[in-house]
Design a protein around this ligand. Structure first.
Ligand code: BGC
Length: 740
């Protein structure tokens, strides 16, 4: 007998009150015990285990938690573009959960970074749904391989902190499907998470927790999700409406208040008893899934996990700029400037805050590499002192970034600038020290035009977790060859950002006016210059691309190429595939990410790379048909080292899906003429019906364009009886039959 049957049996033996009680927490972090089954322990996540075993509990990162490895937060992890590594981290997190008695780890956060001001961007992966979904799925696979449940969050369209518990994200369906839901869809379909956390916000006016379309139609009926939908902490405004919509578990506890509401609603006929039983059954099933795993290990290997955190941080660091090959540094007299070298900024604020097992201090780690050479240190508040030290050193490393107060869960930023005092400091140091390296620490994107103009070398550390200090030293001194890539565009200025005029909410509504033109899709469509493009990241070696081959497959497309390392060090290249359909019939960005792969290549070596691109990642969401559609046409496929460093491009013809909607009298001439089956027949009708025939010269060659928007049914009137409605209906029926 499988666990599902067990769960059904167990539920059948419980009365309504007991079933309702299973649908809400017993405490801040636990569910209720069910007979012999112990309570399930849920905990944040995502980049470490925040297990609060004492009496003080909170979801704001305030009270203490047990020591656990602080891996790089999502902003850093995403810069690895490395699902295999993220899956390994997932496994390590799963092991720590088991050791700390945690059954559900609340992550990954896969919301799209719609605007750089969102206070929680540090906890999300990317502005691109394919990248976010692929990395999020890897994390889930890793965690769940240890018998610990993941909780993909925050479902959905939770892209700002301002008024996050009330505001409605007003998004059109196509944009939801292609961008904001797509990430979750990839994770759910690929990794089958055991739980999904619904978000605080409303979507098009309806709370996520009460949104039946979201929680049942899309998530379960379409994507096949069969786990537990858990609420974000305190997200349920109306538990009865939420249960009816498909919410299974309200967290945290409400002390029984909402359980009683559910019971009353069933008794009054306002809620089906089956909905309550279904939610209870799913909670029981989850309990069985997480409790049934083999016996708990007694601890975890903190040293091995620290080493893994260092490896991940090393892969996450992005070499944004490296003029004159200033990096890597040889051991030499150095000055290190800035507080973050001594007190690193390595994770974000709020519910994800982890109590690290240990913490690498960048300054100390740098000192390990310089041998007998002196390493001077200046906090940077005394520009006099920093300049003097920089003058007498061979190179300066300047740590810049945002303090924890400037960004956190719970609120958004109002600007994306670095503090002006930091820029003044950098200006002064660069004036006396040509070999200046900037190291950046931040959760959300910061404006980098000034830093980019001043500093010859820049390392973007984003947030790197507890081993970031060691990893930075590894990259600074060339022990690790940088291979991280930006998962987010760095704009030249906030005013260029896609959601600039629609962020955050106003009167409780956030208008997603930029639609699917998020991140690089926007900058490329508008042809805007940026500081550093999506996917950018340099290496200490060089790679050359050749032999691009495109082969249509049943699943979509196979992209093959060769990558050669023409430099002098081994390196990892993240090869990115971008798709475009210049003659698309709908609005589309010039290019979008369709796939990627990393390849490690030795100097002088050439390696073949194959990257599959799925039909779903080439298609658009056909709103009329209510499904994804691959347009037939010539797809332009580019491979490159960033979204703006495309090395090779080729085109491939894909047959695509037929337009699914049958033609009716309301279909326009333009729509019919665009269809290969309908076009010829319609031209004949047009010749008979229009007073000008199809003689373009009659209207200066513009005839067809002028008539494009006329619904075909109106031709009966325009033709003064030459073509009747009945004839049109017969023609349309014949065309539809041929197309189907
Ligand atoms: C956050 C979630 C978190 C939960 C529990 C909420 O405020 O939005 O991401 O998992 O608290 O701490």
């Amino acid at each position: 007998m499988g666990p599902v049957t067990d769960a059904a049996d167990l539920i059948a033996g419980l009365d309504l009150s007991a079933q309702a009680a299973l649908g809400s927490g017993a405490s801040f972090w636990t569910t209720k015990p069910i007979g012999a089954l112990p309570p399930v322990v849920l905990t944040d996540g995502p980049h470490g285990v925040r297990r609060q075993s004492g009496s003080a509990t909170d979801h704001l990162g305030l009270s203490a938690s047990e020591p656990a490895t602080c891996f790089p937060p999502a902003v850093g992890l995403s810069q690895t573009w490395d699902p295999e590594l993220i899956e390994r981290i997932g496994r390590a997190l799963g092991d720590e959960c088991r050791a700390l008695g945690v059954h559900v780890l609340l992550g990954p956060g896969v919301n799209i970074k719609r605007d750089p001001r969102c206070g929680r961007n540090f906890e999300y992966y990317s502005e691109d749904p394919y990248l976010s979904g692929t990395l999020g799925a890897a994390w889930v696979r890793g965690v769940q391989s240890r018998g610990v449940a993941a909780s993909v969050k925050h479902f959905a369209a939770n892209n700002a902190e301002h008024d996050r518990m009330r505001a409605s994200s007003d998004v059109d369906v196509r944009t939801l499907r292609e961008i904001y839901l797509r990430t979750f869809e990839i994770v759910v379909r690929q990794a089958r998470p055991w739980t999904v956390m619904c978000s605080y916000n409303r979507i098009n006016g309806v709370y996520a927790a009460e949104n039946r379309w979201l929680l049942t139609t899309v998530l379960r009926d379409e994507w096949g999700f069969d786990g537990v939908v858990v609420s974000d902490w305190g997200a349920v405004a109306d538990r009865v409406a939420a249960v009816a919509a498909g919410l299974d578990l309200e967290m945290p506890t409400t002390g029984g208040v909402s359980d009683a509401e559910v019971v009353r609603a069933v008794r009054a006929g306002r809620l089906g008893a089956d909905a309550v039983a279904r939610a209870a059954r799913r909670v029981v099933h989850l309990t069985q899934q997480v409790i049934e795993t083999p016996s708990q290990p007694t601890g975890f290997d903190a040293a091995a996990h620290h080493a893994l955190a260092r490896e991940a941080a090393g892969e996450a660091i992005v070499l944004l700029k490296n003029d004159r090959d200033v990096l890597p540094l040889a051991p030499c007299p150095l000055v290190v400037i800035g507080e973050f070298a001594r007190e690193p900024r390595y994770q974000g604020g709020g519910s994800s805050h982890v109590n690290p097992t240990r913490l690498d201090i960048p300054l100390e780690e740098i000192r390990r590499f310089t041998g007998e050479h002196p390493v001077d240190y200046c906090p940077g508040n005394d520009v006099g002192a920093a300049v003097t030290a920089a003058e007498s050193a061979d190179a300066a490393i300047v740590f810049l970034g945002l303090t924890p107060e400037e960004e956190s869960e719970g609120y958004d930023r109002e600007h994306i600038d670095l503090p002006s005092a930091q820029l003044d400091l950098l200006r002064a140091v660069v004036e006396v020290q040509p070999n200046t390296v900037v190291v950046l620490s931040h959760g959300g994107v910061v404006r980098l035009d000034t830093v980019g103009a001043l500093a010859p070398a820049i390392l973007d550390g984003a947030l790197l977790g507890q081993a970031g200090g060691g990893a930075l030293a590894d990259v600074l001194f060339g022990v690790v060859n940088p291979s991280g890539r930006l998962a987010e565009t760095v704009p030249l200025r906030l005013q260029d950002c896609p959601a600039y005029l629609n962020f955050p909410s106003e009167s409780g509504h956030t208008v997603y006016g930029e639609r699917m033109f998020v991140g690089y899709r926007w900058y490329d469509a508008r042809d805007l210059p940026v500081a550093f493009p999506f996917g950018h990241g340099l290496s200490y070696t060089r790679f050359e691309y050749s032999d691009l081959e495109l082969t249509p497959t049943d699943a979509g497309l196979s992209v093959r190429l060769t990558v050669a390392n023409t430099g002098r060090r081994e390196g990892r290249e993240v090869v990115q595939v971008y798709a475009g359909l210049p003659r698309s019939g709908v609005a589309r960005p010039p290019r979008w990410l369709g796939g990627f792969a990393s390849v490690t290549v030795a100097p002088g070596e050439r390696r073949g790379v194959e990257i599959p691109v799925s039909r779903a990642d080439l298609a658009y969401w056909d709103t009329d048909a209510g499904r994804r559609r691959l347009e037939p046409g010539e797809y332009e496929m580019s491979v490159g080292a960033s979204s703006r460093d495309l090395r090779l491009t080729a085109t491939v013809r894909l047959d695509g899906d037929a337009a699914s909607r049958p033609f009716t009298r309301e279909s326009t001439l333009g729509e019919l003429l665009a269809d290969p089956v309908a076009a010829q027949t319609i031209l004949t009708v047009l010749g008979a019906a229009s007073p000008f025939g199809t003689d373009e010269s009659a209207l200066g060659g513009n005839l067809l364009r002028l008539l494009e928007s006329v619904p075909i049914g109106r031709m009966a009137g325009f033709s003064a009886g030459k073509v009747t409605r009945e004839q049109l209906d017969a023609l349309l029926a014949a065309i539809n039959a041929q197309r189907s």
